[in-house]
Ligand binder design. Structure first.
Ligand SMILES: Cc1ncc(COP(=O)(O)O)c(C=O)c1O
Length: 464
């Protein structure tokens, strides 16, 4: 490719920049060769990027976030540079989306974002403040996870269209998950015509394993060897990737491009904040509370909001808080270790340069800051029990720069939040999906969120 691309893929942990001709710019080649935290990130060229105007119509193709926000996607930039026209790219996204709809009964559409009057009242907010809900439960395969993987699937389809993938010699896709990410991966791999291996723990939910098999995924159970820290399914995945499989994962350190697809969720928030009559204009959100497992969701939300602010589409970022459970909170521990590096450990809004300096020091020594959780974790919020927060760096930095913080939420709050969410909104969200609301309940109880504050939570997964 000779054309300058509107985005580059760079490592956040070293000075590596992916060659524009690299077909698989997923993982930093220096990852694992030193102590640093290497995650490839799509970086926009600010001179070339523009946040898309709000759509005139919110139906049809315009409602598909991979259509609406394509000008910000690396796959679109790479397609244009490889001689694939915008119209051909739109056809490609439309045909993949139709295949997803044929497999799962629904394709990708911007999901609802609204102020829940009933939840706002139940939590004692004033009419000026309240709880805004982003409802992902009716998204593809019942969660937000497909967003991450649709971005990767489009990237692979662009490669195929550009003649850069031999149809007779396509690599397999692989993922380690026993929940929403696996289900989304299986739907999308099937829709795209890719073979997929899913590594799961031996006690994976039989209903999920059966659905994966229906979708023609190869499922491999991975027992936990006694005394070995880290997730065994994740360790098996790494072996498979080293043998040449494509990481069809929702963890940025395995596939940085997976974060990019997740950005669509944050971009939709920005568009809705700017246009929804009940949102009273852009920049009006005070807090965003996000449940964190591997950290890709929170990383993507933070990056999307920051990019929108950089491009003038958002006045200011909300404080981004994260939610983990007492069962496993490796992110909160990493955050506390990074805070120790800052001049004042109590300052709620530390100096941005000091934050960036502390993050660079921490990322140079990943294992000292992000330590795998030592025991098999348990919680009602089963989707956020990752041993490690793989995308910890972006998330810790995002919390520190926005004045947010990590919440470790008690089981009774997670259960109360879920019952309340289902009862008052009628949305069949599961306890992982409503964990952000659990964090908000605790913050309200402690007086950390005011009556007039405007808070967003993400209902990320449906009950099964
Ligand atoms: C419903 C739901 N919400 C949130 C998360 C957390 O996302 P992440 O692992 O990217 O932090 C998960 C992860 O599995 C999930 O299934």
């Amino acid at each position: 490719m000779t054309t300058r691309l509107a985005s580059t893929i760079r490592c956040s942990g070293c000075d590596y920049v992916a060659d524009p001709d690299d077909r698989f710019p997923f993982r930093c080649p220096r990852a694992g060769t030193d102590k640093a935290d290497h995650v490839l990130t799509r970086v926009l060229d600010p001179a070339a990027a523009r946040f898309p105007a709000a759509p005139v119509s919110s139906s049809g193709a315009a409602a598909n976030p991979f259509v609406r926000y394509r000008a910000l996607m690396h796959s679109h930039h790479a397609a244009l540079a490889r001689g694939i026209s915008d119209a051909a790219y739109l056809d490609l996204v439309a045909s993949l989306d139709a295949a997803v709809a044929a497999t799962d009964g629904r394709g990708f559409r911007a999901t609802p974002f609204f102020r829940s009057g009933a939840l706002s009242d139940a939590l004692g907010f004033s009419p000026a403040g309240g709880v805004w809900v982003k409802d992902e439960t009716r998204n593809v395969s019942g969660s937000h996870k497909g967003r991450h993987l649709m971005g990767v699937l489009i990237h692979l389809a662009v490669l195929a269209q550009a003649g850069l993938l031999d149809p007779a010699d396509r690599p397999d896709l692989a993922i380690a998950s026993c929940g929403n990410a696996a289900l989304a991966a299986a739907v999308l791999a099937r829709a795209g015509g890719w073979r997929l291996t899913v590594f799961v723990p031996p006690d994976a939910d039989p209903a999920i394993v059966s659905r994966l098999a229906d979708l023609r995924a190869k499922v491999v159970a991975c027992p936990r060897p006694p005394g070995v820290p880290g997730d065994p399914a994740y360790l098996r995945l790494r072996e498979e990737l080293d043998r040449g499989a494509v990481p069809f994962t929702t963890q940025g350190n395995q596939n940085g491009l997976a974060i990019e697809g997740g950005l669509t969720l944050g971009y939709e928030l920005v568009t809705d904040l700017a246009t929804s009559p009940s949102a009273a204009g852009p920049g009006q959100l005070d807090h965003l509370v996000v449940q964190v497992g591997g950290g890709a969701l929170a990383s993507a939300c933070i990056q999307a909001l920051r990019e929108a602010a950089d491009l003038g589409a958002l006045d200011r970022l909300p404080r981004v808080h994260t939610v983990q459970t007492y069962g496993a909170h490796p992110l909160e521990q990493a955050y506390e270790r990074v805070r120790e590096l800052l001049p004042s450990t109590a300052d709620p809004d530390p100096d941005p340069d000091a934050v960036r300096g502390a993050m660079a020091r921490a990322a140079a020594n990943r294992a000292e800051f992000m330590r795998p959780w030592p025991e098999p974790p348990r919680s009602v919020a089963t989707g956020i029990l990752d041993d490690e927060t793989y995308d910890w760096r972006a998330v810790v930095e995002g919390m520190l720069l926005t004045g947010g913080r990590p919440l470790v939420v008690a089981e009774d709050s997670l259960v109360t939040a879920n019952e309340l969410a289902v009862a008052v909104t009628g949305i069949p969200v599961d306890p992982t999906g409503s964990a952000g609301l659990g964090g908000l309940l605790e913050m309200r109880r402690r007086g950390e969120v005011g009556d007039d504050d405007r808070v967003a939570v993400l209902f990320t997964g449906a009950r099964r």
